[in-house]
Write a protein that binds this ligand. Sequence first.
Ligand SMILES: [Fe+2]
Length: 238
Amino acid sequence: MFVDFHSHILPGIDDGARDLEMSLEMMSMLEKQGVGILVATPHFYPHKQGLDDFLRIRQNSLDLLNGSRREGMPVIIPAAEVYIEHDVQNLNLRPLCFEGTDYLLVELPYSAYESWFIDEVYNLCINQSLTPIFAHLDRYITIYNQDAINEIIDFDDAVIQVNYRALFESKLRKAVIKWIKDGHTVVFGSDCHNVGTRQPDDLKAVKSVIQSKLGKDWLNQYERFSLEIIKGKQYPIA
Ligand SMILES: [Fe+2]
């Protein structure tokens, strides 16, 4: 069973699926590709919205989608994509973790790297015993310098989430494969937003790239440890 670690599937909550109809269309696409578990990670911007409001809106949206979800469609695990900003470390963000786990998907700012980015993540995780999953780190390769990328991938116990699309661009693919070969914990996600420009990618092609670069055994092992992460097991694995 394949896990998609990053999606904007919930209807009407952020810049993802605009309504239930689009969510269901995306769910059908994901089902056809063989995604069994889908982590729903709507954007949470702490300066824009209170946590209680966000949780209430997310629950309503999840209930709406689950009410129309057909058997065979991916099972949805509620979570969030938390934007890192000053003082986010002082919020109680445990309710935004992948449900039932200590894993929190964090989105770093899209500007030249500053050391407070990682300090906020560090203090947030220490204060609340959380483990960060860095959202689509591939997207920062061209924004942050190499020292900053190294600091992030060396963060204790961190999980690196990579968007599928990175596997189809040679510079990004090389970096991602190196992270994996160097022993970092990498998980993949579609980061799908809609049925147009950011629709769920072709999972078959994704698997085929992974298999060609890392082998079938690695892919099988990856599918197993993805499920364990979803159940809350801590990594990296040896
Ligand atoms: Fe996202």
